[in-house]
Design a protein around this ligand. Structure first.
Ligand code: SER
Length: 319
């Protein structure tokens, strides 16, 4: 990657990935794009342009004038939000993504697509979910992810496009909050732990999902995009995960640092049913073998860092 265009730069991943890429590849070589103006490091720390990913002409003109050799296409609507307006979700997640793929083809740019644990469904083996397995998701978000996984493979085979993707688990981070996702509880719990010493979970005890701390996710994107293509048997998209826990286990980890932390429940039927349709734990062997995936953060290490960072954000002194 030398000239990188990032869509959805104002989202949970984009706000951290853009500065991370700029520090590695040079600020002037990373063009951040979003539908709304952005302040801070993403909007002001390097090139920035407004872009609605469904506008193919504007997208192509931008990618060409920037000379993009890589398009990291992050723009998308998350799982629970998608269910409130499936058509709008399809429009952004599929129409927008096919536009992005076409632009990549026109420019001969490498293409990164963030798939998700949501690309699996209730008929997928839920424990140690294989890389290649049944994918019959039941959310519009998941249907869109599978569609794009297949399209990326198609563009690779048909046009030789260098498409690569990751099936992200729930991503936990402190810079920007996720919005409208099912795994979001695992971010909110840290904020409420610091602010109130307690959290009411919308996901039920005993519901396991794969998760990962953002620094490991950023490293994985770069590692995959820089991987030797001849080693990649799979492309769209690799299972990756750093941990799998339920609300009780993350609460137990928080109590190691905040002993009085209280967890109770007010389960949201929609998000609970989505969570139950996703795997409990992924098998990440292909990612390890084909490009050396090796996350650094386990649950307790992540908890320690998250609590310290959220305290800092809230203007509180170190614990
Ligand atoms: N974190 C996403 C969500 O919960 C899944 O990819 O929607």
């Amino acid at each position: 990657m030398k000239r990188i265009l990032v869509t959805g730069a104002g989202g949970q991943i984009g706000v951290e990935l853009v500065p991370y890429l700029r520090s590695r590849y040079g600020a002037e070589n990373v063009l951040a794009t979003a539908r709304k103006p952005l302040s801070g490091p993403v909007g002001e720390g390097g090139p920035f342009a407004l872009l609605d990913v469904r506008d193919g002409n504007a997208f192509a003109a931008l990618a060409q004038s920037f000379g993009a050799d890589s398009i990291l296409h992050l723009a998308g609507v998350l799982s629970a939000k998608g269910e409130s307006d499936p058509r709008a979700s399809w429009d952004i997640n599929v129409v927008g993504s096919t536009t992005a793929l076409e632009v990549a083809r026109e420019c001969g740019a490498a293409f990164f697509f963030p798939s998700s644990i949501a690309a699996f469904g209730p008929s997928t083996p839920s424990k140690n979910t294989p890389q290649d397995t049944i994918q019959r998701p039941t959310t519009i978000y998941g249907v869109a992810k599978v569609t794009l996984e297949l399209l990326c493979d198609y563009y690779h085979r048909k046009f030789g496009l260098d498409t690569r993707g990751l099936r992200f688990p729930g991503l936990i981070s402190y810079e920007a909050l996720p919005g409208g996702g099912t795994t979001d509880y695992a971010v909110h719990i840290y904020y409420d732990a610091v602010r109130k010493g307690r959290y009411t979970s919308f996901i039920a005890a005993g519901t396991y999902m794969d998760m990962m701390y953002m620094p490991d996710a950023l490293a994985a994107v770069v590692q995959l995009m820089e991987a030797d293509p001849s080693k990649l048997v799979h492309r769209n998209a690799f299972n990756i995960s750093a941990m799998s826990f339920d609300p009780e286990e993350i609460a137990g980890s928080i109590r190691k640092f905040l002993p009085g932390f209280i967890l109770d429940y007010n389960v949201d039927p929609l998000r609970q049913s989505i969570a139950e349709s996703w795997p409990d734990s992924l098998d990440c062997t292909a990612a390890r073998e084909e490009w050396g995936f090796a996350p650094e953060y386990d649950l307790d290490r992540m908890t320690e860092d998250m609590l310290a960072r959220v305290r800092e954000k809230e203007g509180l002194p170190p614990a």
